[in-house]
Design a protein around this ligand. Structure first.
Ligand code: ACO
Length: 318
């Protein structure tokens, strides 16, 4: 038995924050942000809008695209670093909003690689016979964990959600997934704050050693892509689309170069979305599915990396 992605959906909050808007908040410029990252604008969740609200719309669109009923879903996995509350899980809140009580629902926390962790989890549940129809979601409101006075981080991220429905199938849609983590790098990208005795202890905003993250990401993503292709005896030339985590255009370009992939085979949503963490891969996937770039039979290479460090890749036949 295999798992096949049968529908995708996504949602972006209405409010757009451009690089020029940001230059009124901190000492930055459109030129600096565009040249260093490739980002031109990002979306911001409205006050009161929660991660589960973003996840709900993306899920409803994925369920509709899949042509199934919400009640067919027997597993919900939400990848998020910005849950509505500490608990219950955003997956349980989403389940309640979808009106499908009873099925398994839980969150995974692997920051920007979260969607790949959710995909691998659902794929394994389906192949083990524990699920027939799974909903996986990457949803984030990173704008709430950013220090809006820190120009080195606040310009990089945006809010959004993407979702996919996977169904048991005789043919392999998800060919392989490969996950990695290295906890020795917890310090280069983190939100160190925690809650203790009714108060936030430590900084509740994102901290990052940008150049160290850049260096680590370039190497890990290249290695992960080469490793999963070699394990499946699939050549680089067979990849129709690379759908990478959207953190920085220079990271994406360097991975594509290492794989000898022209940028015309890489889905890039970074200029419009910024880095939406766990939502970035499903947002890019849904964009390319809906605009017709991804076609039936295409071989997709998904890859992502984020705090932890945690990273991974997946090969998917569309
Ligand atoms: N506007 C203007 N100037 C800025 C800004 C800004 N927004 N941010 C930093 N600068 C300044 C710095 O203060 C520094 O000034 P100085 O030389 O006077 O000290 C100068 O620009 C260069 O700073 P660097 O950090 O060396 O710039 P770099 O070329 O490394 O680019 C960046 C920074 C874009 C963060 C890059 O390191 C990067 O993309 N790293 C990867 C980080 C990433 O993708 N994080 C996302 C989360 S992790 C993930 O998703 C994988």
């Amino acid at each position: 038995m295999h798992a096949r992605i049968i529908g995708t959906g996504s949602y972006l909050p209405e409010k757009i924050l451009t690089n020029d808007d940001l230059s009124k908040l901190v000492d930055t410029s459109d030129v600096w942000i565009t040249e260093r990252t490739g980002i031109r604008e990002r979306r911001m969740a409205a006050e009161g809008e929660m991660t589960s609200d973003l996840a709900l719309v993306a899920s409803q669109r994925a369920i509709q695209a899949a042509g199934v009923q919400a009640s067919d879903i027997d597993l919900i996995v939400v990848a998020t670093t910005t849950p509505d509350v500490i608990f219950p899980s955003t997956a349980c809140i989403l389940q309640q909003k979808l009106g499908i009580p009873g099925c398994a629902a839980f969150d995974v926390q692997a920051v920007c690689s979260g969607f790949l962790y959710a995909l691998a989890t659902a794929d394994n549940f389906i192949r083990a016979g524990s699920s027939k129809c799974a909903l996986i979601v990457g949803a984030e409101i990173f704008s709430r964990i950013l220090d809006w006075t820190d120009r080195t981080t606040c310009v990089l991220f945006g809010d959004g959600a993407g979702a996919a429905v996977l169904r048991r199938d005789a043919l392999p849609g998800v060919i392989a997934t490969e996950l990695h983590a290295d906890g020795r790098y917890t310090d280069i990208l983190k939100v160190p704050g925690s809650i203790a005795a009714g108060a936030v202890k430590g900084k509740p905003y994102l901290e990052m050693d940008g150049p160290a993250v850049f260096k680590f990401a370039v190497k890990a993503l290249g290695d992960a892509a080469e490793s999963i292709l070699a394990a499946q005896r699939i050549s680089k030339a067979e990849v129709d689309w690379m759908i990478p985590h959207q953190a920085n255009l220079r990271i994406i370009e360097s991975t594509a170069k290492r794989l000898d992939l022209p940028m015309s085979k890489v889905v890039v949503t970074l200029p419009q979305h910024g880095n939406t963490s766990a939502a970035s891969i499903p947002l890019a996937l849904d964009t390319a599915v809906r605009d017709g770039r991804v076609k039936q039979g295409d071989l997709l290479l998904l890859e992502g990396i984020g705090g932890g460090f945690a990273w991974g890749s997946a090969l998917v036949r569309w």
